[in-house]
Structure formats: structure tokens, C-alpha cells
Ligand binder design. Structure first.
Ligand SMILES: [Zn+2]
Ligand SMILES: [Zn+2]
Length: 160
């Protein structure tokens, strides 16, 4: 079986499989980190959180985690390939759970109102996987962000 076939059949994360993968990587899943993962796992489709959003959500749930700890944890999770770090239109970073290949989706973003549409493109995923494989890289994520102006903003009277 080729590497490509092997990574293509990886199932999407469940709470248990994600935990197992973290343990495999030697990452201790503290209650705080588990809570953060839980929030991302239950994020409605199409939602993305900034560090500040996550901080507010945790505060509402009675968790006192400092913003600097959240920044550090998000960076670490992104580096491990558990979260995706997204550069959305507002200019600061947003995060969402990073599913294994081939479950990556892409984003179409309105640069004026930040309305975001998620979509999937198999050709983009295949190019990403093939390129990584050809160079001997281990694929973590394959992002494509399209910056555009949505129909509502096009209709508004304000000049683009
Ligand atoms: Zn997304
Ligand atoms: Zn718009």
C-alpha cells in the first residue's frame, strides 16, 4: 500500500482517537487542554475561534485560563497538526480542528464582512498530498483560502 493510500483511509477524529493520537505523540492531555479540544470538537460547522473567542467561551464555562496560556496552547496544537491556524480576513488568527487527510476543507472569505463559506476540493487535496509525498514530507494540512467580495457586499452602496 502506498503512503498516499494509507493516509487517504485515515478516519475522521473522534474524541477517543484524538486522545490516542495525542498520547502517541507524547502530549499530556491535561484537563485544561481536554476542555479546549472539547470546545473545538463541538464547534458548529463553519465556525472558527480566535484566541479571544476561546478565552471568552472558557470564561463563560467557569474556566480561568489566561489569554497567554491560550495563545501558547493554540500555537502548540497547530504545530502538532491538531488545530488549523487560519489567516482569515480580519487580520488575526482563527483556529479550528484539523481533521486528517482527506477531510480538509477550504475557505471562501468575504474581505468586507468576513462571511466565510467552507468547501471541499478533491483536486486541491490530491495536489497537496502528492506534493508532500513526492518531497518526503508528512502532510498535516492542506489549506486554500480564497479572498473575495460576497454578493451582499457587492450590492451595498459603499465603494469596494
Ligand atoms: Zn473551516
Ligand atoms: Zn460580504
Amino acid at each position: 500500500m502506498s503512503i498516499l493510500e494509507k493516509i487517504m483511509i485515515a478516519p475522521p477524529y473522534t474524541a477517543a482517537s484524538l486522545k490516542a493520537e495525542l498520547n502517541e505523540k507524547g502530549w499530556r492531555l491535561t484537563p485544561q487542554r481536554e476542555k479546549i479540544l472539547h470546545i473545538f470538537q463541538n464547534l458548529p460547522k463553519g465556525n472558527h475561534l480566535s484566541a479571544e473567542d476561546l478565552h471568552n467561551t472558557l470564561q463563560q464555562e467557569g474556566e480561568a485560563i489566561s489569554l497567554s496560556t491560550i495563545y501558547r496552547t493554540l500555537k502548540l496544537m497547530a504545530r502538532m497538526g491538531i488545530l488549523r491556524e487560519l489567516e482569515l480576513a480580519e487580520g488575526h488568527k482563527h483556529y479550528e480542528l484539523n481533521q486528517p487527510y482527506p477531510y480538509h476543507h477550504h475557505h471562501l472569505i468575504c474581505v468586507r464582512c468576513s462571511k466565510t463559506i467552507e468547501f471541499k476540493s478533491d483536486p486541491v487535496l490530491k495536489i497537496g498530498a502528492k506534493t508532500a509525498q513526492k518531497e518526503g514530507y508528512h502532510l498535516l494540512d492542506c489549506q486554500l483560502t480564497i479572498h473575495a467580495v460576497c454578493p451582499t457586499c457587492q450590492r451595498s452602496l459603499l465603494p469596494i
